[in-house]
Design a protein around this ligand. Structure first.
Ligand SMILES: *[C@@H]1O[C@H](CO)[C@@H](O)[C@H](O)[C@H]1NC(C)=O
Ligand SMILES: *[C@@H]1O[C@H](CO)[C@@H](O)[C@H](O)[C@H]1NC(C)=O
Ligand SMILES: *[C@@H]1O[C@H](CO)[C@@H](O)[C@H](O)[C@H]1NC(C)=O
Length: 444
């Protein structure tokens, strides 16, 4: 999706103080965060612009160390990863075991036409992922897998809509023992719902299972439609469950919601989705995050959706190489796979910008270097502080390089960039696409 219309650009510019939704280059949905080696990896689905149902063809990965600047890792897994599947790249979750990342996803089985759970596997959290089995792990036409490995090494895969199912995964993570089990959905366990014989409790879909300070939590999308988020706790990974209450009321112009809960650097975070981007809604969703604090008895508070999102954890170091696709907020740009590895920013037009939040310049930057390309005649990168029209501390000129993947480094002087600042790359030039942007670094 490209917010190229003046209306979208204006709407996005008006949202610049916000950090939610955390990705603006595309629509994202169904967040599944994973903390690994001090970094948050965020696995999401991907809604298509203009779709009038859940048209979802691939999954996406983003990562961050600070909850506000998110690096785009592109799409390391898609429908084509699974030869037996033909549609519905829906809500999954990734877990690490024995050095491999297992990504459980619901997808439509081409042969049966029903929804099944497949497993992607990779040696890296950012993929690429391949089909671990070449067939479904389980299939009963229900969706939304969540995976959890208990302290004793026993792994559980839960999924379901309208029921809640689980299997005990074997240590290989791609087979299970003890058959497919149905969790007992009681009003005491998941909150009462009236008027729906098939769904006697508020549990709807999207379970998220984890353990924290000795308690097991099942957070889930509740009621329909629109959904809210509910939570339950239990003394074991198989319950029995006790309903806790509402975590997030129905809000935010998407009739679904989907939870992902983690602890990171001493705080707790809740990932969810809504329709907050321009053009957003039930089939054009966007992932957001809030920070929260558990009650002393382990209770989960009621959270509202916000535009501010979670506060930044620490600061960003501008004196090491940073990827251009590490973005707190942007207007007008997109990302694509880069011939030099990873991703680069493209679709840079006059007036577009990228915001990088909380950049720690310290006593002052003296130079700036950027890796750029242009099959056109280039343009300029203005380095501004505080806003896209804030103090100009440097300007780097980009010339044509003869190709959109023909990369060169450019370098310019910087004055007046001290302390910790929100940094804006504001792009200027003539008409059309100006240049592409792979990475950047300041010098002291
Ligand atoms: C847990 O604490 C919350 C407030 O922090 C309170 O509302 C709730 O009733 C408590 N639950 C139990 C079971 O004590
Ligand atoms: C959430 O919003 C409601 C309604 O505006 C408000 O009463 C409540 O205090 C808010 N909760 C938090 C945690 O901000
Ligand atoms: C920019 O060029 C100068 C002079 O060659 C060099 O000292 C400086 O390290 C460069 N800056 C960056 C950020 O690479």
């Amino acid at each position: 999706m490209k917010f190229s219309s003046p209306l979208f650009a204006a709407t996005l510019a008006g949202m610049v103080a916000a950090d939610n939704p955390i990705v603006q280059t595309i629509y994202t949905a169904d967040p599944a965060p994973l903390v690994h080696n001090g970094r948050i990896y965020l696995y999401t689905g991907h809604d298509e612009p203009g779709a009038t149902t859940f048209v979802m063809k691939d999954w996406r990965v983003f990562s961050s160390v600070d909850m506000v600047n998110w690096q785009d890792h592109g799409s390391p897994m898609s429908l084509s990863t699974f030869s037996w599947a033909d549609a519905q790249a829906w809500a999954g979750q990734t877990v690490l075991r024995n050095g491999k990342f297992y990504w459980y996803v619901p997808i439509r089985n081409r042969q049966t036409g029903g929804m099944a759970i497949g497993v992607g596997v990779s040696d890296s959290p950012t993929g690429p992922f391949k089909d671990a089995l070449g067939k479904p792990l389980v299939e009963n036409n229900e969706i939304d897998p969540t995976v959890f490995i208990d302290d004793d090494g026993q792994a559980y895969l839960y999924w379901g809509n309208p029921k809640l199912w689980y299997v005990k995964l074997n240590a290989d993570m791609v087979s299970y023992s003890g058959g497919v089990n149905s969790a007992t959905l009681t009003a005491a366990g998941f909150g009462p719902r009236s008027g729906n014989a098939q769904r006697p409790t508020t549990f709807e879909e999207g379970p998220w299972l984890y353990k924290r300070t000795g308690k097991y939590y099942m957070v889930f999308a509740a009621s329909c439609c629109s959904e809210h988020i509910g939570w339950s706790t239990g003394p074991s990974a198989t319950g029995p469950w006790t309903y806790g209450g509402v975590m997030m009321p129905t809000q935010g112009s998407s009739f679904t919601n989907h939870p992902g809960v983690i602890d990171y650097q001493g705080s707790s975070y809740f990932f969810y989705h809504n329709g907050a981007l321009p053009g957003g809604g039930g089939y054009q969703r966007s992932v957001c995050v809030e920070r929260f604090t558990y009650g002393s008895n382990g209770s989960i508070p009621v959270l509202n959706m916000s535009k501010d999102g979670a506060p930044q954890v620490g600061t960003l170091n501008p004196y090491v190489r940073q990827e251009a696709e590490t973005i707190a907020w942007e207007s007008g740009v997109q990302t694509e796979p880069c011939s030099e590895g990873g991703m680069n920013v493209l679709s840079i037009n006059n007036g577009d910008y990228i915001k990088v939040k909380g950049v720690a310049f310290g006593t002052g930057a003296k130079s700036f270097s950027a890796r750029v390309s242009s099959a056109a005649s280039g343009g300029k990168i203005e380095l501004r502080l505080g806003s896209a029209s804030g103090t100009l501390v440097g300007t780097c000129s980009v010339s044509g390089t003869g190709g959109w993947q023909t990369w060169v480094s450019v370098n310019c002087t910087v004055t007046g960039a001290t302390g910790t600042q929100d940094l804006f790359f504001r792009f200027t030039g003539g008409g059309g696409e100006l240049f592409r942007f792979n990475w950047w670094q300041f010098g002291q």
